[in-house]
Design a protein around this ligand. Structure first.
Ligand SMILES: Nc1ncnc2c1ncn2[C@@H]1O[C@H](COP(=O)(O)OP(=O)(O)OP(=O)(O)O)[C@@H](O)[C@H]1O
Ligand SMILES: Cc1ncc(C[n+]2csc(CCOP(=O)(O)O)c2C)c(N)n1
Ligand SMILES: [Mg+2]
Length: 357
């Protein structure tokens, strides 16, 4: 059994020392990291500084019954890197802020940090600070990421223009099906036999997409190599429909996307069938894909259609045509943002706990 040491035995400073031991700064822009009142960063004049932050709350964003702490740490960092890539930037530093309840031991926090540190090593990012405090309500993780973009190369959500092509990377809906699978096994295990291990054979990709997502640094590098600057870009965290509507609203344009072109993995399709769910709905609204959604001028058609891992799914139109999905049988449906929204009525955390009182 893994030993358990109460956090109180080390205190805040002891814990921070333990978690950040042996950390070395890798990036030139990281002048001074952990240890003073603030970190010191230094970016050259030809760069833009990009800043993004994400808040992850136990029970709202993750469930520790089926998410190992190391995976959670890895994913918490990745979702921030993904936001920096979505600006056509490169992540450089993160700060990590934690709210911890008494349930967590030093060993638990070491696991979480092992995941965060692994992500930082793989993506060449420095941990330059954070904050640690106690919480009455489980685990809270807030990570802020700072990145650099080249002046004139940063890509916003508001630059899509009529006739631009709409591209998406990888495949969609798998992380959502992974979550459905984990939720199903959780309820089965609760009812039957605690010792019984669920059988995930043939569903590994879905679990990987939910538990250990990656950010698309490779695509940002390829776009740069090909000399393509997207007109608009964002990452898919809440679902393709929702993100496409953000791009269209902010760019004041409409769009047409084609059901038959939406990239979906085989395992996602099998799982949707098993759950009796509409596959396209899962791919459009599932969320947590951490793929890139971007638009390019029609002149880049040949280049993007030859790029590995990039699919053309539609095009940008005049604003008065609205945003629509064209189904396989040629019907047109208005796109709606039905994706993940933790603040909408039926999922509002406070109201939920108020009701259960
Ligand atoms: N509490 C807040 N105060 C100020 N700005 C906020 C706050 N919450 C979000 N924002 C800003 O609103 C914009 C949209 O953020 P939002 O979190 O909705 O989208 P996102 O970053 O694409 O999604 P994700 O968090 O899934 O990556 C960002 O510019 C963000 O900085
Ligand atoms: C227990 C549990 N509940 C829900 C989810 C799904 N989920 C979590 S974060 C997120 C998208 C981005 O969030 P945000 O926009 O708040 O940054 C989604 C779709 C999960 N993985 N585990
Ligand atoms: Mg956000």
């Amino acid at each position: 059994m893994i030993s358990r040491t109460e956090i109180a035995t080390l205190g805040e400073f002891g814990l921070i020392r333990r978690l950040t031991e042996g950390m070395k700064l890798k990036n030139k822009s990281s002048q001074y990291g952990i240890g003073d009142d603030a970190a010191v960063l230094s970016y050259p004049a030809n760069k833009e500084v990009l800043v993004t932050t994400d808040l992850l709350l136990e029970g709202v964003h993750f469930d520790l019954i089926y998410v190992p702490l190391k995976h959670l740490g890895y994913k918490s960092a990745i979702v921030n890197f993904s936001d920096i890539y979505a600006m056509n930037g490169i992540p450089q530093q993160i700060t990590v802020s934690l709210g911890l309840s008494k349930r967590f031991s030093i060993e638990d926090m070491e696991e979480l940090y092992a995941g965060i540190r692994l992500a930082c090593e793989e993506y060449n990012v420095d941990i330059v600070g954070g904050d640690t405090s106690s919480s009455y309500t489980g685990l809270t993780i807030s990570i802020t990421c700072i990145g650099e973009g080249e002046k004139g190369k940063v890509v916003y959500r508001n630059g899509a223009r009529e006739t631009d092509l709409i591209c998406v990377t990888g495949d969609l809906g798998a992380a959502y099906m992974g979550l459905q699978l984990l939720e199903r096994e959780k309820s089965v295990l609760r009812r039957v036999d605690k010792e019984l291990q669920p059988d995930f054979a043939g569903k590994e990709y879905l679990l990987e997409r939910q538990l250990k997502p990656e950010a698309r640094r490779d695509i940002i590098e390829k776009l740069a190599e090909e000399g393509i600057k997207p007109t608009a870009m964002m990452d898919v965290s809440d679902g393709l429909s929702s993100e496409l509507l953000h791009i269209c609203t902010q760019s004041n344009v409409g769009c047409r996307i084609y059901e038959e072109h939406i990239p979906i993995d085989y395992q996602t399709a099998v799982m949707a069938e098993e759950f009796n769910m509409n596959l396209t709905t899962c791919a459009l609204n599932g969320g947590e894909d951490y793929e890139l959604l971007f638009t390019v001028p029609i002149a880049d058609h040949e280049k993007v259609s030859e790029m590995e891992g990039v699919k053309l799914i539609g095009h940008i139109t005049k604003p008065d045509l609205g945003c629509a999905l064209i189904t396989r049988d040629g019907q047109e449906f208005e796109l709606k943002a039905q994706g993940w929204n933790p603040l909408k009525e039926e999922s509002h955390a406070t109201e939920k706990s108020e009701e259960s009182k």
